[in-house]
Design a protein around this ligand. Structure first.
Ligand SMILES: Nc1nc(=O)c2c([nH]1)NC[C@@H]1CN(c3ccc(C(=O)N[C@@H](CCC(=O)O)C(=O)O)cc3)C=[N+]21
Length: 307
């Protein structure tokens, strides 16, 4: 269908530039589907999926974010259990809570908000979560499964990015994908997901010499560094699909703040084929995928159980 809003200077045959990928709308559609799955799951099994979110410490931004997760969990008909622990919580107490949540049959998904306060071993906590309830997909079992291309729970942010890419581009096989950032939370699992889809994948990171030389070859460019505005127009191949995972809060006018991504949106939109905005791109997809993983975890809880 022709785009009625396109400027008249865009004629047939001119490649599309800078189309905004609406993650917020996509996430809303996904939530509708999840709400339907939750009803069907309850009708079939008499079980309502439940998600436990644990926040240690009182970072106000994290508190808002954790409350949003709880609201969205209720909106799709699932149960939400919030645990807000003081900054002074001992690692052993947190491990005890995780064990209780592991054993609780009403809880199908467990998420411990990261980063944890200094002195706590995040790896140890993450690994203490039952792999069947690890809706963040960050434990060693699920990370290992992803690296082997086996089914498992996949980290929410990369999963959301992949959904957007598949809905925009269809089959990704053979495309050149470059991931900027190699974190365990986003960059590494993103690279593995793209590899499992048949992309030719490169990962640029903090020690990469001349990352632009790599990124300029990318059909798919995923940026997850936390460095706001890092990626400018000279990093991007004309027509590429750009996914901006970064979210940084910066001061704006009149004492307000605003969110910006790792990609310099306006200048990159002029060369990219499609691009996700910040806010309204990857962020809402992350939460929708968390809800989806909770339904998946509820299904996993039935495995091995009699019908
Ligand atoms: N165990 C763990 N898992 C996580 O997935 C995790 C975490 N810890 N710690 C913190 C980061 C951050 N994160 C975000 C998800 C959605 C938005 C989001 O919805 N952003 C909206 C804007 C929200 C606003 O206006 O503040 C948007 O981009 O449109 C933001 C940030 C998940 N994280």
């Amino acid at each position: 269908m022709p785009d009625q809003t396109a400027p008249e200077t865009v004629t047939a045959g001119t490649p599309e530039r800078g189309r905004r990928i609406d993650g917020k709308a996509f996430a809303a559609g996904l939530r509708k589907q999840i709400a339907g799955d939750v009803v069907a799951f309850h009708e079939k099994h008499g079980i309502t999926p439940g998600l436990a979110v644990v926040l240690v410490g009182n970072d106000p931004a994290s508190e808002v974010y954790v409350r949003n997760k709880a609201l969205e969990t209720h909106r799709v008909g699932m149960r939400s259990f919030m645990h807000m622990l003081p900054e002074t919580t001992k690692e052993a107490e947190l491990l005890q809570l995780v064990d209780r949540l592991n054993a609780d049959p009403e809880i199908h998904g467990i998420l411990v908000q990261l980063p944890l306060p200094k002195g706590m071993d995040g790896r140890r906590i993450t690994n203490a979560i039952d792999p069947k309830k690890d809706v963040d997909g960050l434990g060693e079992v699920n990370a290992g499964r992803l690296s082997l291309g086996l089914p498992g729970l996949v980290p929410c942010t990369p999963l959301g990015c992949l959904m957007l890419l598949k809905s925009e581009l269809g089959n990704l096989r053979g495309l050149n994908a470059v991931v900027v950032g190699a974190s365990n939370l986003v960059g590494k699992p993103m690279a593995l997901l793209l590899l499992n889809e048949g992309c030719t994948v490169s990962v640029a990171h903090i020690d990469t010499v001349n990352p632009q030389a790599l990124t300029r070859m990318a059909d798919i460019l995923v940026v997850a560094t936390g460095v706001s505005g890092l990626v400018g127009r000279d990093w991007v191949k004309p027509g590429a699909t750009v996914i901006d995972v970064g979210i940084t809060r910066i001061p704006a006018s009149a004492g307000k703040t605003k969110l910006v991504g790792d990609v310099a949106f306006d200048e990159v939109a002029a060369v990219a084929g499609r691009i996700t905005p910040v806010p309204g791109g990857v962020g809402p997809m992350t939460i929708a995928c968390l809800l989806q993983n909770t339904v998946t975890a509820a299904r996993l809880s039935l495995e091995g159980a009699p019908d």
